[in-house]
Design a binder for this molecule. Sequence first.
Ligand code: MTE
Ligand code: MOS
Length: 817
Amino acid sequence: MSSLSERPANPVVGHPIPHEAADLHVTGRALYTDDLVGRTKDCLHAWPVQAPHAHAAVTRIDTSPALDVEGVVRVLSADDVPGVNDAGVKHDEPLFPTEAMFYGHAIVWVLGETLEAARLGAAAIEIDYEPLPSLMTAREAIAAEAFQGAQPHMERGDIDRGLQDAAHVFHGEFEFKGQEHFYLETHCALAMVDENGQIFVQSSTQHPSETQEIVAHVLGLHSHEVTVQCLRMGGGFGGKEMQPHGLAAIAALGSVLTGRPVRLRLNRTLDMSMTGKRHGFHTQWRVGFDADGSLVALDATLTADGGWSLDLSEPVLARAVCHIDNAYWIPNVRVNGRIARTNKTSQTAFRGFGGPQGMLVIEDILGRCAPLLGKDPADLRRQNLYGPDQTTPYGQPVRQWDRLERAWEQVVTDGDITRRQQEVARFNATHADSKRGLALTPVKFGISFNLTAFNQGGALVLVYKDGSVLINHGGTEMGQGLHTKMLQVAATALGVPLTTVRLAPTRTDKVPNTSATAASSGTDLNGGAIKNACEQIKERLTQVASQHFGVSPADIRFEDGVVSAIGSRAEPMLWADLTQRAYFQRVQLSAAGYYRTEGLHWDSSIMQGEPFKYFANGVAAAEVEVDGFTGAYRTRRVDIVHDVGESLSPLVDIGQIEGGFVQGAGWMTLEELVWDESDRPTRGKLATQAASTYKLPSFSEMPEVFNVALLEQAHEEGAVYGSKAVGEPPLMLAFSVREALRQAAAAFGAPGGSVELGLPATPEAVFWAIEDARSGRTDGGMERGSRAQQHVPDQPGPDAHPMHPRSEELASEPAKA
Ligand code: MTE
Ligand code: MOS
C-alpha cells in the first residue's frame, strides 16, 4: 500500500456522513453568491444588451438613450476596458464584441440602481447591425469547412488491414445534441473595490484562479490585486469552469468605474441564451467485427459543435477521442477529431467533458450492430470488454480490467438479469402495444486532466492554540460533497474528531494557482494537498509529543483527538493540550500543502501516453417499458455497481452516482436543445430557453427501482486514502437506458432487427424507432460491408435528416460474413 492510499486505524474517512452543508441547503440558510447582495450596501445591478441576430456586424451603437432612463448609472462598452478586451485565455472571445457571433450575444452592459432600471436602460440602447451569413449546425459547418482549433488524430494498429480482414463491416453516422447544465443557481458575480484599488470578486466559479486571471487582464492589473472567492455553487456541472470569467470581469469593471459594488446575475433566460452547453457532435464511422463478433477495427471522425469560440472545445474533443473505446478492446483504431465553428453559444465543459460523447459512439455502434451480428447486445458488450494485458488506443494499459468484469458479474447476479431477460421476452411475446427492453452497459472513465499541468493542488491548514483546525483548499463546492470529503481527510490525517475541523470558503488569496474543480479530480488533488499539510503539522507535533512522553517519534499515536505513546505508562494527552504545548515551544502550527499527481505523461501531438492516473469503472442495467402508440416510456428498474475505490464518504458517493445517472438519462432521453435553424429573422435563437420547454428529469422520471452498490475490494493505490474520483463517471451509466429503449422499440418489429434511435431518445424519437421496426426498416440505419471504401467519407450523406437520420437502402454489396 502506498503512503498516499494507506488508512490509519479508525479513520474518519469511510464514514457515511451527510453532506457538510446538508442542513443549510434544506433550510435555505446556505449562502450563495447572490445572497450576499442583500448584505452589500449601494450595490449596482448589471443587464446586457443582447444581439437579435445569429451573426451580424455591429455598425452603430448609441448608448445615450440609456442614460435618460431613471436609475441608470453607467453603460459599459469596449472603450472602458483598460486592459485586454477578452473573456477567455485564447483571445477569441471579445468581452465587448464588434461582431455578434450568436443570437443573444451581449454587446454592451448597463449598470442601474435597480435591476429594473438596468433592464430598461438596456432596452433603450440603439444598436445597428449588418446581418452576416450564419452556420447553425455541425453539418452546415462541415460543408462550409468552418473549423476552429486543433484537429487531433489518434491511431493504433493498421486500420485498413483491420477493416479488410473483418468478417463484418458496417458504416454509418450519428449526430446528437448537447445539453444545458440547468444548475439551479444561475451565473452570478458580485464585485467591489477597496481603498487601495484592490478588487474583490465573489463569483459562482469552478475555477477561481482563472476568474482572477481574467478579471486582472481585463482590468490591466496583476493577479495579486484581484481576489476571487467562491462560497459555494448551486451546481456547476462544468458550466462554471470557463463561463464565469467574463461575467466576473464585467462586474469588476463596473465596480472600478463607479466605485460601487456591482452585482451581475443572469436570470434563467439570460443564462440559457448566453452561456455554453454540452457539445453536440456529428460522427461518422466504419467498424469491423470478426466472425465471432469481436471488435477488430474502428475508423471514426468526430466533429464537435463548438459554437462561436473555442472555450474548452479542444480538451473536450481530446477526451472524446480518448474515450471512444469506452470499456472495449479494439485492436485497430483511427480517430480524427475536429471542432466546428457555429453561430451558437460557445459550448463548454459538461460532466464527462467529451467522454460521454466519445463513448456514445461505440455504445451506439454496438447497440445498432448486435442484432445484425445475430448477438444479444449484452453478450456482445460483455465479450468485447477489456481483458488482461491490453492497452487503450492511446497506449495506456488497462490494469484494472478485472474490475469491469467483476462489476458486470455483480450486476448480472444482483440484478437477477438472466431471469428478467426471460421475463422481458415473455412480456414482449404477449403484449402487442407495449414492449420492454433490458440493457447492460459498462463505463470506463479516465481520471486526471489530459493537460498534465492541471494535475496539482494546494491547501492551507491552520491549527489554533486551542486545537481547533481550519482548512482551506483550492477546490470549490458545487454540491458534489468535496468539502465534506476534505473535512474527513483532514480529521483522518490529524487523528482528530470531525467536529475539530472547520472549512473556510475557497479564495485565491489563501491558495494560489489552483486548477478548476473539474475532471472529477477535486478530491484527488485537494485531498492530497490537505493530507500533505496535515502531515507536516503532525510531524512537528509528533516531536513535541515524543519529548513529552520520552519515547521515539515512531511510537506516537494520534487517534480521535487523543495523543498517546506506545510502551509508555504516561497518561495519554488531549490533542488540544498538545497544540497548546507546541505553541509555547514556538512550534509552527500551520502549513501549506501541495500535491501533484505522479506518473502521468501525454503527447497531444500524437495522442499517445498515459494521461490518466487510473480509470473509474462501472456497469449499469436498465429496464424500460415503451408504449407503442406514443413512444412514451418509463424506467422500471436500474441496477448499478460502480467503482469509487475505497469510498471516503459513502453517502456522498452514492448521491453522486444516483445524481450522475439521472443527469445522464436526462441528456440521453429528455433534454432537447432546439435552435431556430430556419431562415426567419429569429434564426439562431434558442427556442428552448426555459424549464417550460426544456424538459428536465424530475421525480416522475426516476427509476421505479433504483439499486446502487459500490464495488467492493476496490482499494486504489494511486489516490488519497485508497479512494477514486466519482463526480463524472456515473453519468455515462445512463447509456443503459437509451440502449434499453432501442431494444424495446426493436421488439415491435420482427426478431433480429436493428433500429436507429435519436439522441435525445425523446418519446418522439422512440416513436420513430418503433415505426421503423414495424415497417421493417431494421438495418439500424447503417450500410454494410463496402470494403472498397477505405476512409470515412468527409461529407455527410445528403439524405440524412438530423432528427431522424436515415441512410439509404441497405448497400448492395453483401457483408463478407
Ligand atoms: N455534483 C453536484 N451535486 N453538482 C455539480 O455541479 N459537478 C460534476 C460532479 N458532480 C457537480 C456534481 C462535475 S462536472 C465534476 S467535474 C465534479 O463533480 C467536480 O467535483 P469533484 O472533482 O470534487 O468531483
Ligand atoms: Mo466537470 S465537466 O470536469 O466540471
